[in-house]
Design a protein around this ligand. Structure first.
Ligand code: G4P
Length: 548
């Protein structure tokens, strides 16, 4: 079933599919733009920024439509760079931070973590990083805004290690930082890339010189203190060992770190080249029939995102499929594994900007958008040859919980139907507490905007207005066993034992402190932040008495 197709193999080897994870304002948009600029995909800086300005405008209904329309359009940005086909998956952030943000990481082969030198590792980055770590996605780090006053570069490395538990391995080192930022030392060669005003804001060769040859006397007029500090640190790093073990990187144990400034372009090209060398091409993915090699002849892919487009110009649904194996061709017939139905893939698109372009051919690592795909659900597999199912998509702990009520009793049927559909699509999660006096379903989402979207769609597609009652929970933790096992645990009063929409037991907590309390009181139980994510250490839930 894994016979290799040489053309597919060639295409697989040149594919690089990744996502950027960061906290708002760290510079994701700027870095994306600069990568597109260097990739020759856009001519002028500003093209991406324009979109972002629109995107961050909130939030009356018109704006919501615009916002969702834009999210659809920016699902994947594709460009060619030095023979490589790069697919950059957009991870929604800011106001539209949602489960889509996490699920996108399921479709990526690698992640780039952008950190602001001054602010260090921030909350949203940490959350996204944890998802990468659980899936063992290799993570490269770009420490941005080195041109601005910030922490000492050595300090940022220590923070990455202590907060994220991954070993940072610097690939370059700043020569000065903040207003003194003059260049970057490539640690592999100890060549210094010197920057000047002439290299600001555009592509272009930088002047390079050996670190050993650089002097504070020459025309570069480096301050002696900057040079000596950089030399000392480079020596220190060399002693500490800066060689990159590729296997450990691919296993998600170490992260190569690049410093730079996306705004001024300084370090972007060095980063892009390092990234292309390190980011792996698509690898085999697990299915119920074992590992599926990307270069095999038969096609296979899975749905990682379903987007109902609220843009009135394209009022339709798009299922985004990550191709994992074989060749996609327009009009091909595939098997929808869950329903065992055959489908002809007529309306497959590449979506870029506001434009949709019909796709004739695509390969592993590429994303195709299937318009109005009918009965797709998140995680569904489509394939040719012997039917397979890729591993189901995990479910992540929501952060917002609420009860949604239908405003008009007469429309309750439509309300239930709409909600069922939205649950199936994965637009929102649901928990039930069978013991509560009124066992109304609790809806839950990673991002607040998911509620806006659900309510908007119930109104526009099912003609049902709703009222919302927020609940004080802040997180869910899944446990093994059944609900009765969960009820026997020692839990804070303010928590609630529930079942999710698939019947798996979970506990809703109001604070991190509460989860820590529960963990302390029940040391033999694993309170999982995500359901269905395969993790390394085995689960140890038994009767709650065995400590790990
Ligand atoms: P995000 O997508 O991660 O939210 O961040 P974004 O790229 O929008 O960057 C946030 C702000 O940080 C922007 O400034 C941007 O210009 C600035 N920035 C990004 N990279 C660098 C860098 O390397 N150095 C410096 N000094 N600034 C950087 P803004 O004022 O919010 O927006 P704008 O007015 O520049 O559009």
């Amino acid at each position: 079933m894994n016979s290799i197709d040489p053309q597919v193999q060639r295409e697989v080897l040149r594919r690089r599919t990744f996502a950027i994870i960061s906290h708002p304002d760290a510079g994701k948009t700027t870095l994306t733009e600069k990568m597109l600029l260097f990739g020759g995909c856009i001519d002028v800086a500003g093209a991406v920024r324009g979109r972002k300005t629109q995107r961050s405008a909130t939030s009356d209904w018109m704006e919501l439509e615009k916002q969702r329309g834009i999210s659809v359009s920016s699902t994947v940005l594709t460009f060619e760079f030095e023979g490589k086909r790069v697919n950059l998956l957009d991870t929604p952030g800011h106001h539209d931070f949602s489960e889509d943000t996490y699920r996108t990481l399921m479709a990526a082969d690698c992640a780039v973590m952008v950190i602001d030198l001054a602010k260090g590792v921030e909350a949203q980055t940490e959350k996204l990083f944890r998802v990468c770590a659980m899936r063992r996605i290799p993570v490269l780090t770009f420490v941005n805004k080195v041109d601005r006053p910030g922490q000492e570069p050595l300090q940022i490395l220590a923070e990455i290690e202590s907060k994220l538990g991954i070993e940072p391995v610097p690939q370059n080192w700043p020569l000065g930082f903040g207003p003194d930022f003059r260049g970057l030392v490539d640690l592999a060669t100890e060549r210094v890339h010197l920057f000047g005003e002439q290299t600001r804001d555009r592509r272009g060769e930088t002047q390079t010189i050996d670190l050993a040859e650089l002097s504070d006397q020459d025309e570069n007029a480096l301050q002696a203190s900057i040079l000596s500090q950089a030399r000392e640190e480079v020596e220190l790093l060399a002693t500490a060992g800066t060689t990159l073990d590729r296997e450990r990187f691919l296993a998600g144990e170490i992260s190569p770190v690049f410093f730079g400034s996306a705004l001024t372009n300084w370090g972007v090209e060095h980063f892009l080249r390092g990234f292309l060398e390190l980011c792996p091409p698509p690898r085999a993915r697990q299915s119920d029939r074992g590992a599926i090699e990307p270069s095999r002849a038969e096609f296979a892919g899975f749905v990682f995102k379903i987007q109902a487009n609220l843009d009135p110009r394209h009022r339709d649904r798009v299922a985004f499929v990550r191709i994992c194996a074989g060749r996609f061709e327009r009009e091909m017939e595939v098997m929808h594994s869950r329903t065992e139905k055959k489908l002809r893939l007529r309306r497959a698109h590449r979506v870029f900007g506001q434009e949709r372009e019909t796709m004739d051919e695509a390969f592993p690592g590429d994303i195709i958008g299937l318009v109005n795909p009918g009965e797709f659900r998140l995680g569904d597999t489509i394939c040719t040859g012997e039917p397979i199912n890729f591993e189901p998509l995990p479910q992540f702990s929501p952060e917002f919980f609420a009860i949604l009520r239908c405003r008009e009793t007469l429309r309750r049927k439509q309300f239930s139907r709409g909600l069922e559909q939205l649950l199936e699509e994965g637009a929102i999660q649901m928990f039930t507490d069978s013991r509560a006096a009124r066992s109304e379903p609790i809806l839950a989402a990673v991002g607040e905007l998911q509620f806006d979207v659900v309510r908007f769609r119930l109104e526009s597609e099912y003609n049902t207005q709703t009222d919302i009652q927020w609940l004080p929970f802040k997180m869910a933790r899944w446990i093994e066993g059944d609900v009765e096992d969960a009820r026997r645990l020692t839990l804070p009063y303010s928590s609630r034992v529930v079942k999710d929409q698939d019947g798996s037991p979970a506990v809703l907590f109001q604070s991190l402190w509460d989860t820590e309390y529960a963990q302390r009181e029940n040391p033999g139980v694993r309170f999982e932040e995500a359901r269905g994510l395969k993790q390394e250490s085995p689960s140890v839930l038994t009767d709650g008495s065995s400590a790990d």
